[in-house]
Design a protein around this ligand. Sequence first.
Ligand code: ADP
Ligand code: MG
Length: 380
Amino acid sequence: GYQRVLEENRKLYNQVQDLKGNIRVYCRVRPFKPGQSNTLSSVDHMDERTITILTHSKNGKEARKAFTFNKVFGPSVTQAEVFSDMQPLVRSVLDGYNVCIFAYGQTGSGKTHTMTGPKELTEEGLGVNYRALSDLFHISNQRKETISYDISVQMLEIYNEQVRDLLSADGGNKRLEIRNSSHNGINVPDANLVPVSLTSDVINLMNIGHKNRSVCSTALNDRSSRSHSCLTVHVQGRDLTSGNILRGSMHLVDLAGSERVDKSEVVGNRLKEAQHINKSLSALGDVISSLASRSSHVPYRNSKLTQLLQDSLGGQAKTLMFVHIAPEYEALGETISTLKFAERVATVELGAAKVNKDSGEVKELKEQIASLKAALARKE
Ligand code: ADP
Ligand code: MG
């Protein structure tokens, strides 16, 4: 009886997760810069799920367009609040899931703020990367009587369709290959894989990574906005009773700026960079939207980014896309194209009808779980 209740409980939990879908899209709106508070905003309205943008129609009249997300985070939402919402997703890595978390948006919209934090890092400012790892350390420690976990990280950069190791001692000058058949979930075997067990380990590594990344940039030529950076966390857990091994991974990706560059204005390297960024962001969009629409062919091969993440996009893997919005009215053009990208990657999950139907079912399943839990508690 007891075992059956447990099993039933787990099955229902998985069903709830399935109903919620494996692809989620969140929108985060950056606050105005200090001293900018009276600036005209392109954001007309926000609630927990919807953002309404002020646009102008062809005849010059004001018009509004609404976009729906799994969640909308307004400008006053803190780093801790953002993280607490995604904590269950992060923790699922310890149960053997593969997770991808992306930060998408134009340069200056807050991608690095979400993933890493502000330049002057404070405790409250810590971004998802630090919080996720601290949380994994915390939970793995809590489980140490039953499961022994090894956690290690890689830090890669994709620039102009080339992969570099940001944790390499030579500053990451060597180009690395992505292996098609990954070994233990590690598909860039030549990149450093560094065991970590303390938040301070992570902070040290991230500092090395950031230094290596900026070696190749000048003040005028900020490379970090034109390359993707990916912090990958590999988790291996050994069940101390059965000896079974489980593996999970989490990719935390700060994407290159999504802004369109005017082709008439850039030439040479700058144009090449822009083309590579365009290609890889649209390849990512294509992969996620074909996963969302359960298409039989998923075009992973079209960019280094999607090749790198192939094992962690689709199947049982979970994807969270954070799209970032700059509130200034001048950014409207980019804001609309960002929201359109978000709409495209979430075709299935975000349809209003589907959401309503699901939420009823999810509610019902949640109620069943609650009553099973109560039954379980009575047995104990
Ligand atoms: P991106 O990485 O997309 O180019 P940044 O993360 O560097 O953008 O953000 C641009 C600036 O705005 C930075 O100074 C950053 O600290 C600030 N910023 C971004 N998002 C927030 C936020 N949610 N709250 C406070 N400041 C933010
Ligand atoms: Mg950035």
